[in-house]
Design a protein around this ligand. Structure first.
Ligand code: SAM
Ligand code: SF4
Length: 467
C-alpha cells in the first residue's frame, strides 16, 4: 500500500477561502492526501490566495520565494514537493505566476478546484498546469464532502457556501473578475450539506457568499428561493442551534430576510452589512447604487424586526477623490449607526477595476490619518458594546479549549469571544454565562449553570462533540 501523501494548505483572505480550503482538502483526501501543519514536510503545498488588496497579493510572491527554497531542500533529500497556487490571485495573475515563479507546478482558479487531482497528475508528468476557466459544470457537484471525522475535527461552527460571484461591479473591487458572475447553489444541496454537518456535531452554520443575500437558488418546488426562505429551511434542520450569513449587500435586503430575523430565534441578531462610505458622492463613484439614507433605512428595517440586532460593516478610506468633508460624512454615519464591530481598509487600487484609472488619489498621509480616526471611533463603539455585556447573562456556544489552562472559549450571539473556567465537556453546548469583565475584546465570565438547556426556541440538543 502506498503511504499517504502530505498536503499543506495556507489560506489568505475571506471566509470563502476558508471553506474552499476545506473542500480542497476533502477532495484531495480522495486521491491519497492527508493534511499536515508543516509546509516543509509536505508533498504538496497549496497557497489559497486573496487578491482584494495589493498587500494580500504581494504576500503570495514572498511566500512563493520561501517555498522555492523548501522545494529545493526537499529535492536534495530525494523528495518531490509540488506547489499549487489557488484562489483569486491565481485567477487574476495565472500566466504571470507561471512566468515569475518557476517552482509553481499548478495554478488553479476558484471555479476549477474539482480539477485539482487531474492538474496535479499532469504536473507530475512534467507539464506545469494552469486552469483559470469558468467551467460550465458546477464545481460543487464534483468536490468531495468531508468525512464525519473531518467535520468533528473542524469544530462546532462551520461555513457553507450558498452563493458565489458578484454582478455588482463596485468600481474598486476585483471580485466580479476573479470569482465570476453570481451563482446560487440549489436549496436541497445546501440542506443536505447542513444536515451532514449537524449530524456530526456542528451547532452553528454560517451561510456564506460574496453577496449572500443576492441568493436565488432553485428550491425543491422548482422556483427561485430567497435567502430569507433558505434561512427558514436551514432552521428546520435538527441540531442547528445558530445560523448566520455573510456578506450582505444593502440593496439585496428584502422583506423575507427582515422577517427571518423576526421569526427565527436561531438566526443570530448580528449582521455584517458593509457600507464602505457615508458620503453619497463617494458611494456613487464606488457604484454602490445606494446612498447613505438608503443604508440607514435598511438598518432601521432590521431594528424594527429585532430590537437586539447589532451591525458590523466594512469601510474604505481614501477612495479616489475623497475629501475631508466626504470622510466626515463617513464618521457621521458611523456615529449614527453605532457599530458592534467593523473593518476599515485603506483604498488599494486593483488592476483592471474602473477606480484604478481614477486620477484624484488621496495622499498616503491623509489615508493613514483618516484610517486612524475611523478606527478609533469604531474601537470606542466596539468597546462600549462589549462593556454593555458586563453584569448581564448571555448565551455562549462553546467552541474549544482556550490558551489559558482550564479555560474554555466560545462565542456570544454577537461573535464576542467569551471565556469561562469549565470542563471541556461543555464544548458544543450553548450555555448561559454571567459576564464579569472585559479583557481587550474578550468577555470573561462564569457559567450560570452547566446543566442548563438550550436557549428558548432553539433546536439545540446538548450534544458534546470531539469527546
Ligand atoms: N461583497 C461585500 C460588499 O459588498 O461589501 C464585500 C466583499 S470584499 C471581499 C470585502 C471588503 O474588502 C469590502 O467590503 C471592502 O471594504 C474591501 N475592499 C474591496 N476592494 C478593496 C480595495 N480595492 N481597496 C480596499 N479595500 C477593498
Ligand atoms: Fe465587490 Fe461586494 Fe461590490 Fe461585489 S458587492 S463588487 S463583492 S464590494
Amino acid at each position: 500500500m502506498t503511504p499517504p501523501r502530505k498536503l499543506h494548505i495556507k489560506s489568505y483572505g475571506c471566509q470563502m477561502n476558508v471553506y474552499d480550503a476545506q473542500r480542497m482538502v476533502d477532495t484531495l483526501g480522495g486521491v491519497g492526501f492527508v493534511e499536515t501543519a508543516d509546509a516543509g514536510d509536505a508533498d504538496l503545498v497549496i497557497l489559497n490566495t486573496c487578491h482584494i488588496r495589493e498587500k494580500a497579493s504581494e504576500k503570495v510572491y514572498s511566500e512563493l520565494g520561501r517555498l522555492r527554497v523548501a522545494k529545493e531542500d526537499a529535492a536534495r533529500a530525494g523528495r518531490t514537493m509540488q506547489i499549487a497556487v489557488a484562489g483569486c490571485v491565481a485567477q487574476a495573475e495565472g500566466e504571470e505566476i507561471i512566468a515569475r515563479a518557476p517552482a509553481v507546478d499548478v495554478v488553479v482558479g476558484p471555479q476549477s478546484y474539482h480539477h485539482l487531482p487531474e492538474l496535479l497528475a499532469r504536473a507530475g508528468r512534467g507539464n506545469r498546469a494552469i486552469d483559470t476557466e469558468f467551467p460550465a459544470e458546477d464545481k460543487f457537484g464534483f468536490l468531495a464532502r468531508p468525512s464525519a471525522a473531518a467535520i468533528r475535527a473542524r469544530g462546532v461552527s462551520a461555513f457553507v457556501t450558498v452563493q458565489e460571484g458578484c454582478d455588482k461591479f463596485c468600481t474598486f473591487c476585483v471580485v466580479p473578475y476573479t470569482r465570476g458572475s453570481e451563482m446560487s447553489r440549489p436549496v436541497e444541496k445546501i440542506v443536505d450539506e447542513v444536515r451532514e454537518l449537524a449530524d456530526n456535531g456542528v451547532r452553528e452554520i454560517t451561510l456564506i457568499g460574496q453577496n449572500v443575500n443576492a441568493y436565488h437558488g432553485e428550491g425543491p418546488d422548482g422556483r427561485s428561493w430567497t435567502l430569507g426562505r433558505l434561512l427558514h429551511r436551514i432552521a428546520d434542520v435538527a441540531g442547528v442551534a445558530r445560523i448566520r450569513y455573510s456578506t450582505s449587500h444593502p440593496n439585496d435586503v428584502d422583506d423575507s430576510l427582515i422577517s427571518a430575523h423576526r421569526d427565527l430565534p436561531a438566526l443570530m441578531p448580528f449582521v455584517h452589512l458593509p457600507v464602505q462610505s457615508g458620503s453619497d458622492r463617494i458611494l456613487s463613484a464606488m457604484n454602490r447604487k445606494h446612498d447613505a439614507a438608503a443604508y440607514l433605512d435598511v438598518v432601521d428595517r432590521f431594528r424594527a424586526a429585532r430590537q437586539d440586532i447589532a451591525f458590523s460593516s466594512d469601510f474604505i478610506v481614501g477612495f479616489p477623490g475623497e475629501t475631508e468633508e466626504d470622510f466626515r460624512a463617513t464618521l457621521a454615519l458611523v456615529d449614527q449607526i453605532g457599530y458592534a464591530a467593523a473593518y476599515s481598509f485603506k483604498y488599494s487600487p486593483r488592476p483592471g477595476t474602473p477606480a484604478a484609472d481614477m486620477q484624484e488619489m488621496v495622499s498616503a498621509t491623509e489615508m493613514d490619518e483618516r484610517l486612524e480616526r475611523l478606527q478609533s471611533l469604531i474601537d470606542s463603539q466596539q468597546s462600549a458594546f462589549n462593556r454593555a455585556a458586563i453584569g448581564t447573562v448571555v448565551d455562549v456556544l462553546f467552541e474549544r479549549a482556550a490558551r489559558n489552562p482550564g479555560q474554555i472559549v466560545g462565542r456570544t450571539a454577537y461573535l464576542q469571544p467569551a471565556h469561562v473556567m469549565a470542563s471541556p465537556d461543555i464544548i458544543g453546548r450553548i450555555l448561559p454565562v454571567r459576564i464579569d469583565s472585559l479583557e481587550r475584546y474578550s468577555l470573561l465570565g462564569k457559567l450560570v449553570s452547566a446543566t442548563a438547556g438550550p436557549p428558548a426556541g432553539s433546536t439545540a440538543s446538548l450534544v458534546t462533540i470531539g469527546a
